[in-house]
Design a protein around this ligand. Structure first.
Ligand code: UDP
Length: 238
């Protein structure tokens, strides 16, 4: 275990929106830069970091099907969007001198390795940031579900969900100034109170398999390190 850290292997879920910053669409290089710095800090200390990246900043299957597309076809476009984000992140890591690998659930040999669990674990053990792209490879899923699955598959000790707010609240803090933040909460209470932290499939995977999750604000520099060292920077769900 790296000294001073509570967790040694982590799965970080980054939504497409997190990468978008305030730009409204696509990828904000400033966000990628700051994220890469935060991740480099902990990888240099010996923490193994895997990432599941979303695609909502480029394309969402549900939005496509709402405008008349075949849902599965639209979901495949969504999955390809996650691959673009993964490649952009990898480029950021390369600039920072950090080794990383993109592993895609949909085969695309020219640009990414195909996801193989054992190889992913091997990359992590070698200190390479391992970015999982193309979701689960199946339509009708989300990248939150992918994050829960991959976290379990690679034996991550914690799933960290990066958001723009600093945890889970009893109501939407953007709309209700009196919203109260939870320091800790159980998956059962998340489901019972219909708190929208992740979709219900992802929540069930984590709950049934005892995968703890930290919801935290990515935009505060140093938060990834603090959370991995066990500091209370958001909400811990267990
Ligand atoms: N998607 C999918 N299967 C998966 C993961 C993702 O079909 O296993 C598609 C789905 O259309 C989704 C899109 O990819 O809308 C982008 O992922 P998501 O919406 O989860 O991204 P985020 O909200 O995290 O940016």
């Amino acid at each position: 275990m790296p000294e001073g850290y509570k967790y040694h292997r982590v799965l970080l879920k980054l939504s497409g929106e997190a990468l978008m910053g305030d730009t409204g669409y696509g990828i904000d290089p400033k966000v990628v830069d700051s994220l890469v710095k935060q991740i480099k800090e902990v990888v240099d200390d010996g923490v193994q970091v895997a990432i599941v990246v979303g695609g909502g900043n480029i394309f969402r299957g549900l939005a496509g099907s709402a405008s008349g597309m075949d849902r599965a076809q639209a979901d495949y476009i969504g999955m390809l969007a996650t691959c673009m984000n993964a490649l952009a992140l990898q480029d950021g890591f390369r600039h920072a001198g950090l080794e990383s690998r993109v592993m895609s659930a949909i085969e695309m040999k020219q640009v990414a390795e195909t996801y193989i669990r054992g190889r992913a674990i091997h990359h992590l053990e070698k200190g390479r940031v391992t970015i999982f792209a193309a979701g689960t490879g199946s339509p009708y899923c989300t990248t939150d579900t992918t994050a829960a699955l991959r976290a379990l598959e690679i034996n991550a000790e914690v799933l960290m969900k990066a958001t723009k707010v600093d945890g889970v609240y009893d109501s939407d803090p953007m709309k209700n100034p009196d919203a109260v933040r939870f320091d800790t909460i159980s998956y059962k209470d998340i489901l019972a109170n219909e708190l929208h932290v992740m979709d219900s499939t992802a929540t069930s995977y984590c709950m049934e398999n005892g995968m703890p999750m930290i919801v935290f604000d990515l935009t505060v520099p140093g938060n990834i390190k603090r959370a991995l060292q066990g500091e209370n920077v958001g909400t811990t769900i267990s």
